[in-house]
Design a protein around this ligand. Sequence first.
Ligand SMILES: [Zn+2]
Length: 413
Amino acid sequence: MENTRCFANRFSDYRGALLPGQSVKVIAPTVVATVDKILKNVPIDFSDCDGGLYDGPAGVAYMLYHVSECPLFFQHREVYLKTAKQMIDLSVRYVDAEPDINMRAAFLLGGAGIYAVAAMIYKSMGLADFVKPLTKFRNLWEVCAPINFLECGSDELFVGRAGYLCAALVLRQKLGIEILSKDQIKSICQAIIESGKQYSRRKRKPFPLMYSYYGTEYLGAAHGLSSVLQMLLSYQDMLSSAEKDLVWQSIDFLMNQEQNCNWPAELGAIIERENELVHWCHGAPGVAYLFAKAYLINKRPQYLDTCIRSGELVWQKGLLKKGPGICHGVAGSAYVFLLLYRLTGNSKYIYRAQRFAEFLFTEEFKTGSHSVSSVFSLFEGLSGTVCFLVDLLQPDQAEFPLFSVFVCTLWPL
Ligand SMILES: [Zn+2]
């Protein structure tokens, strides 16, 4: 039976040539036109600032920053950055007034992500003021250090500690300076590990580290084990050898949860083929980044093979009907090919990403996909698509937005 969540992929696979119709000449004007469309339609008002980077104006601001960093869009740089600053300033004011201090420490849904992107935009504009949002970001360290700082689950990517570490990693990469002290990083990593050990013990799990979010034991990138482990791996220099062992054991445990190139959304679930989730948020397209990071660190071929298998599944089932975005849409699928291109250097993956880009502009996609609530946002909508199209033009530097794998993790810088 056919999977109801995706369009059938009728494209022929790579035969040694990239698609001439997907050149800079074609894609760059598409990027500019899509940005125009987003800016004409996205609501920018104080009352619309909810949603953080995920589906608020802050995510649109990040997209504008990302485009403006690409030399191909140099002539738009000034306008894009100016607009990005307006959006992020409004978002900063919004989150400064957020009464729930814990939401201020959230990466994709709250303040930490907004402050981080504000610092990037300011720095890119040459404003010394970038230190202000950066200081606000740094001060959130204390908020997320206590082991159970959130009742719903303190460790995942969107609102928890893994998210805070992820934001710090991206900031370090983009700003080229140390963001947190070694001791601060160590204490957050230790809280994540202790929290995972406690949960595993309490729930009698047969493996070393496990977490839950609102009571569900997610495995994928969005709220699950894979992105938590990915962040611990990104900071592995800060871990003791016993802690490292726990992380690597957990990675291998997660690797063994694979069911036909995919991972269930939650621990222990059985994947139904015709209804499986092949999303960045839930499933192989998000879990792949953990194994990519693992492969980059220790070069064990099984981690790369796992990524490659994920890519095969995405080629078959990644033309998703849930919109053009990166969380559970076509652009999120296509980012797996750009990841595989960077891991292997194989042009086949650029070709596949080009095909997915092509599909985004077909009648079949427009008429057959479900509507999403935030059409212009970074994670669900067109802002994520724009990031992908820009990265397709510079595949040697492509990275899933705000989810760096190819970042230097040696300390100090
Ligand atoms: Zn999603």
